[in-house]
Design a protein around this ligand. Structure first.
Ligand SMILES: [Ca+2]
Ligand SMILES: [Ca+2]
Length: 268
């Protein structure tokens, strides 16, 4: 029997999941009570990158180098979007022209990243992010999740990220192997939950579904649930939703496709 989302969430989050959230859910054991009902989702934003995302009106893009051939390069032949190409010190912060105010939603997207296992630095799906803070996105480690000053220092940007990290060092990353994590405001030492994940820079297309349900997060890659997590008190102040990515001295093509935002209402 396929484990329920609740079961998986518990596996990862027994410490941090809100007891009130748990109490609200039916018990999955025994088979008698029904699992939590799926919300009814409505598609509110999508881009299959069949048109140029740098001019199709769907995105607001910030770049460190200011070069749309390297940061947010649209490949018309494959109809995909390269967050970065294989060049050093790139950063992009690309926000969908959509204000994320919903508290029940999900996104779907595909990614392909090459140059493993030494690709870098990774990319991050961003949500409830303060897009007004940009600014120049910072490169490398910071993956556009933070902004960069003229002197090379960087600033926190409020909001959350589902991080796909492909370059690690002690003092920043919680693991010294490729991993996924939920981060907030800053990249380094902010992971609220993380786990090793090898299927990032393997140059294969992977499909992601990421669900947010009143603070409960579930990440699925290629149909398998990798991570469940609960936020006690989500910060809904900011509405930015999109992607960041960076390269440093090591590089990758970091490509996305078929991005969709769905907003849900409780089926109850
Ligand atoms: Ca496409
Ligand atoms: Ca890293």
């Amino acid at each position: 029997m396929k484990p329920s989302l609740l079961t998986i969430a518990l596996t990862f989050t027994s410490v941090v999941l809100s007891p009130s959230l748990l109490a609200a859910e039916p018990t999955p054991a025994g088979g008698a009570p029904a699992p939590p009902a799926e919300p009814n989702y409505t598609l509110v934003f999508s881009d299959d990158f069949s048109t140029n995302p740098n001019s199709n009106g769907k995105w607001t893009v910030f770049r460190r180098q200011g070069n749309p051939n390297e940061e947010g390069y649209w490949d018309p032949a494959s109809a995909t979007w390269y967050l970065t190409r294989q060049q050093a010190n790139l950063a992009i912060a690309a926000f969908a022209n959509y204000e994320l105010t919903a508290k029940i939603w999900k996104v779907n997207f595909k990614y392909r990243v090459d140059n493993g296992p030494k690709g870098a630095d990774g990319f991050v799906f961003m949500f409830y992010k303060d897009k007004s803070a940009y600014g120049t996105p910072d490169s490398g480690t910071y993956m556009g999740f933070q902004t960069r000053n003229r002197d090379g220092s960087d600033n926190p940007v409020p909001g959350y990220g589902l991080q796909f990290d492909t370059y690690q060092y002690v003092g920043c990353d919680p693991l010294q192997t490729n991993y996924i994590a939920i981060i907030q405001d800053v990249v380094c030492q902010s992971a609220q939950i993380y786990r090793p994940f090898t299927e990032i820079d393997d140059n294969v297309w992977h499909s992601v579904e990421f669900r947010f349900t009143n603070g409960r997060l579930v990440a699925m890659v290629d149909g398998t649930t990798l991570q469940g997590f609960g936020l006690f008190s989500p910060d809904y102040t900011y509405t930015g939703i999109g992607f960041g990515a960076g390269t440093g001295s090591s590089v990758s093509n970091q490509i996305i496709d078929n991005f969709q935002i769905w907003v849900g209402e409780s089926a109850k």
